[in-house]
Write a protein that binds this ligand. Structure first.
Ligand code: SAH
Ligand code: SF4
Ligand code: F3S
Length: 465
């Protein structure tokens, strides 16, 4: 196992020197500006918030148009082929900006370029990319950008063989009502379809003191919706010197003074325990909506995916959670068309979806990822059949969602008002995270009781009581 190091800002010499060099480089520009584009999941959003924090501390301002930038950064995702194609397309479009402004620095980082073959392809086919950076080592980023500014030569950050946790990086959260707080990084599960463990490295948890401190800061800054992040939050605490697990961390965060909702993503069913659900039942600041990705309803496919649980075990978890947590709801991720998935396997998934009655689903067609175990599994199903399966599943879930939301009408719920709309109404988020348009006397970024008055095909509507 790779060494885990905890790096502190002031003790981190490479970071301190990098910041010094980047501040000096920024001073040479009249109005240094950066543009950042984030692909992929919340983990990337969170990394981009730290990248923005670093750059703003060095004197850069964020801009919304790549044409105005001195520094363009892409933070990429590798989870499906489609995600990678989009990045290649977008990187291709940057060429024109480089032509217009040769001193522009183009930096591409994140999960996609943490694969060797992609880094090589970028270097070969997109020579105007100046820097390929590693989001597992954001402490090295300022020095790398400064070096690009100095030498104007392409630079590929070395692939990190040491997976560190870098604490105390500056952070500039995206405008919005939600604060993302990573509690652990990496993944050790190696689901056979998934690239994440290869690009994000081994699991490592932040100390509870660091998490609690960032959490308290977010609460003090006024965030009322706080999302804890990790590829498998249920393995939080493994490998730490302190004795702590995810349930205990949740308990501690729930005890923080203030009015807020705690969410988390993602909870792997194989490590979800009764203790976790008992804790949620006790802790009133934790959202009653739980994301518990099942991926498939077929035991054979679950085994091939290396998910580590059976359909029956998954359903037993749902039953247990429902027996202890009032008003709990579930969302899930599903992959259709995994190699070797038969009509029967797919029907097992449909059956499970109907049986559980998810609040919503994220559905994906299996995408082959080079280097994963599933990539070499025989796959006889054509894309058209897979697409049909996906569409049918989406239609089934739409019906379920419609049924659930229709039952909301006439009932009153506590929800967070998150923004003002152009027509004077407001947008709010229910505890289950659904968006709703709200009318009446309400304050932004505050919880209000709202009666749901209507549901159309697209949206829920409500009135403040
Ligand atoms: N750690 C999380 C998932 C992170 S990836 C978990 O275990 O639940 C988010 C979702 O992308 C996964 O849940 C899965 O449904 C989907 N996904 C991952 N790899 C995929 C692939 N190769 N093809 C299609 N979907 C994939
Ligand atoms: Fe990928 Fe599985 Fe890890 Fe989730 S738990 S990131 S799906 S390997
Ligand atoms: Fe994509 Fe990396 Fe997240 S592969 S889904 S950005 S962890």
């Amino acid at each position: 196992m790779a060494a885990i190091e905890q790096t502190q800002y002031l003790e981190n010499e490479a970071f301190a020197q990098g910041m010094f060099a980047l501040k000096a480089a920024a001073q040479k520009l009249s109005e240094p500006r950066f543009f950042i584009r984030t692909f992929g999941c919340q983990q990337n959003v969170s990394d981009s918030e730290r990248i923005a924090g670093i750059l703003i501390e060095c004197g850069y301002k964020r801009c919304e148009e790549p044409a105005q930038a001195d520094l363009i950064l892409f933070n990429t995702c590798a989870v499906r082929e489609h995600a990678e194609d989009r990045v290649f397309g977008n990187v291709g479009e940057l060429k024109k900006y480089k032509r217009e402004n040769p001193s522009l620095i183009i930096a591409v980082g994140g999960c996609m370029v943490q694969q060797q073959h992609i880094a090589e392809k970028l270097q070969k086919s997109y020579p105007y990319v100046d820097l390929i950076f590693n989001t597992n080592r954001l402490d090295l980023l300022p020095g790398e950008i400064a070096q690009c500014a100095e030498t104007r030569g392409a630079l590929i950050a070395p692939k990190s063989d040491r997976y560190s946790i870098v604490e105390d990086l500056p952070i500039r959260r995206d405008e919005g009502f939600r604060a993302h707080i990573p509690i652990m990084f990496g993944c050790d599960n190696f689901c056979t379809y998934c690239i994440v463990p290869y690009v994000r490295g081994r699991e490592r948890s932040r100390s509870s003191a660091d998490v609690v401190e960032e959490f308290k800061n977010a609460v003090a800054q006024g965030y009322k919706d706080i999302m804890l992040l990790g590829q498998n939050v249920n393995s939080y605490g493994k490998g730490l010197a302190e004795q702590i697990n995810f349930a205990a961390l949740l308990e501690r965060l729930n005890d923080v003074e203030g009015d807020f909702t705690i969410r988390f993503m993602t909870s792997h069913p194989k490590d979800a325990t009764k203790e976790l659900f008992d804790t949620i039942a006790r802790c009133k600041k934790i959202s009653r909506q739980i994301h518990l990705p099942v991926q498939s309803g077929s035991n054979r496919i679950l085994r091939e995916m290396n998910r580590g649980y059976t359909r029956e075990e998954y359903l037993a978890l749902i039953d247990y959670a429902r027996s202890v947590i009032d008003g709990v709801s579930f969302t899930s991720d599903i992959i259709v068309g995994f190699p070797g998935e038969t009509e029967q396997d797919y029907n097992d998934t449909v059956d499970l979806v109907r049986h559980v009655g998810f609040r919503s689903l994220f559905t994906f067609i299996y995408s082959k990822r080079e280097g994963t175990r599933a990539a070499v599994m025989p796959d006889f199903t054509d894309h058209k059949t897979k697409a049909q399966r996906l569409n049918a599943l989406v239609a089934i879930q739409d019906e379920i969602t419609e049924r659930q939301e229709s039952e909301y009408v006439g009932k009153t719920f506590r929800m967070l008002v998150v923004s003002k709309l152009a027509d004077g109404k407001f947008e709010a988020r229910m505890d289950d995270n659904s968006a709703i348009t709200v009318e009446g006397d309400c304050q932004l970024n505050a919880f209000h009781n709202v009666t749901v008055t209507e549901r159309t095909k697209k949206r829920l509507y409500g009135k403040v009581v």
